[in-house]
Structures are given as structure tokens and as C-alpha cells.
Design a protein around this ligand. Structure first.
Ligand code: DQA
Length: 151
């Protein structure tokens, strides 16, 4: 049976395709989600995708999921939300942080992530491919965890 993963998109990512396309690309969130699901399937994973502009809703989704791993682009909450960080720290599942842009190459206020400290790793700067690379990373990580369990 394929392993479930949850992919969370934070605020304003519903506008992908029309929002600052020079920074975030021209692909819509719907198309990215379709590709995430297809790449996940190929990697033996079953991806549930979720977008919200509300911090509380994101926290509810994180803390109620039965997925085995979370991929999250917290968007602007990356730089502000102790509450989302705490939710990710509270759960057992591993977390992969994703950004379309390279947050370390942009404004000073984007260089600090409150999320990185509770993530297994971060993929930042590859446009929509950041998500697909994260799906690959998720497959590798879950296989490794499974191998350990079966030892
Ligand atoms: C982002 C980077 C954040 O700084 C920004 O607020 C976003 C998107 C990214 O994917 O590059 O909304 O997380």
C-alpha cells in the first residue's frame, strides 16, 4: 500500500501563476498539485494537497493529519509563525520545508525561517521543482525510516 504524505501550501500560494510570476513562476497551484500527485504516485506515495491563507487552519491540518510525512511551503508564515513551528514540532512525522524562491537570496526579512529548525531539510530556490524534489526526498526518507523499522 502506498504511504500517505501531506503537502501544505500557505498564504497567497492560491495565486500562483498570476502572483509575481518573475519570482514564483507561471504555473498555477492546481497544475503544481496535479504534478505533485503524479510524481508521488510514481514514487509509491499518495499525496494529499492542501492550501490555506489562515494560520489556524494550517495548524489544524498539520496536527490532525494521518499522513506519514508533511511537505510544507509555509509562505510568509515561514518568517512569522511560531504557532506553525510549534505544531510541526508537536507531531511525530518528519517535515520537509519547501520554497519556490531562494529565500536566502532575497530581502533580509525572508532570510530567517522559523520552520527550518523543526524540518528534516529545506528545498528552496528551484521554482515549482522544489515541490517535486521534496516528493523525491520524502520517498527516500520514508524508505529509510521503513528500513530501520524492519531491522
Ligand atoms: C515563499 C517565500 C516566502 O518568503 C513568501 O512569503 C512566499 C513564498 C516561496 O515559496 O518562495 O509567499 O515561501
Amino acid at each position: 500500500m502506498s504511504k500517505k504524505i501531506l503537502v501544505v501550501h500557505g498564504p497567497n500560494l492560491h495565486l500562483l501563476g498570476q502572483r509575481e510570476p518573475n519570482i514564483y513562476g507561471k504555473t498555477t497551484l492546481e497544475d503544481i498539485n496535479k504534478k505533485i500527485s503524479a510524481k508521488a504516485k510514481k514514487a509509491g506515495l499518495d499525496a494529499d494537497t492542501y492550501q490555506s491563507n489562515q494560520e489556524g487552519q494550517i495548524i489544524d491540518k498539520i496536527t490532525q493529519t494521518n499522513s506519514e510525512l508533511i511537505i510544507i511551503n509555509p509562505a510568509a508564515y515561514t518568517h512569522t509563525s511560531i504557532a506553525i513551528r510549534d505544531a510541526l514540532a508537536a507531531i511525530e512525522q518528519p517535515v520537509i520545508e519547501v520554497h519556490l524562491s531562494n529565500i536566502y537570496k532575497r530581502e533580509e526579512f525572508r532570510k530567517k525561517s522559523l520552520i527550518s529548525g523543526v524540518a528534516t531539510g529545506t528545498i528552496s530556490g528551484f521554482g515549482e521543482n522544489s515541490y517535486y524534489l521534496a516528493v523525491q526526498a520524502a520517498a527516500v526518507l520514508l524508505n529509510k525510516i521503513n528500513e530501520k523499522k524492519n531491522k
